[in-house]
Design a protein. Structure first.
Length: 166
């Protein structure tokens, strides 16, 4: 809903704080521009590439977490079924597969209009949500893509919670 006001609020660039968080975790990163930061980290299942984008005009910080995984064309329909099932279970963000390279990604954005900027905890949560959600569902993608299983079986395996220790 537009207000017709020409007032533009100036926010500090949240990527400055994201850079500190990424650096504190010891991840490799590159600050390509003042609006983009790329980081690489190794998870339990694979390597992840995080792309943070700051759009000052919209006051939006976006993160995309891509997997070290490529989707064969023959499994695209079943992976789309998996995307739908996985996204139904998410409160924040969503999964998608890019149409060019067939790479799965988790994406999430936070809106910062009307604020003086995000708190450090919010940015830590943004990073944590992207990585932990990707880690949680990566086995489901593997199960469908390389295991040849259906989306329902893969999602059931992904949301299974282990209780206790062996």
């Amino acid at each position: 809903m537009a207000t017709g006001l020409d007032f533009v609020e100036s926010l500090a660039n949240p990527l400055d704080v994201v850079e500190e968080i990424v650096s504190a975790n010891g991840w490799l990163f590159d600050r390509a521009t003042s609006q983009e930061l790329y980081a690489e980290m190794t998870g339990d299942w694979c390597g992840y590439r995080l792309c943070f984008t700051w759009t000052a005009e919209m006051h939006v910080l976006h993160v995309a977490c891509t997997f070290d995984l490529k989707l064969p064309a023959a499994r695209r329909i079943e992976v789309n079924n998996l995307l739908a099932l996985a996204n139904e279970r998410l409160w924040l963000g969503h999964f998608e597969v890019d149409s060019d390279g067939g790479v799965p990604a988790f994406r999430h954005s936070i809106l910062l209009r009307g604020t003086s900027g995000p708190r450090v905890e919010q940015l830590e949560d943004l990073v944590d949500i992207a990585v932990t959600t990707s880690e949680r569902f990566y086995p489901a993608f593997q199960y469908v893509i390389w295991g040849g299983h259906g989306a329902e079986d893969a999602i059931a395996a992904a949301i299974l919670e282990t209780v206790g220790e062996a």
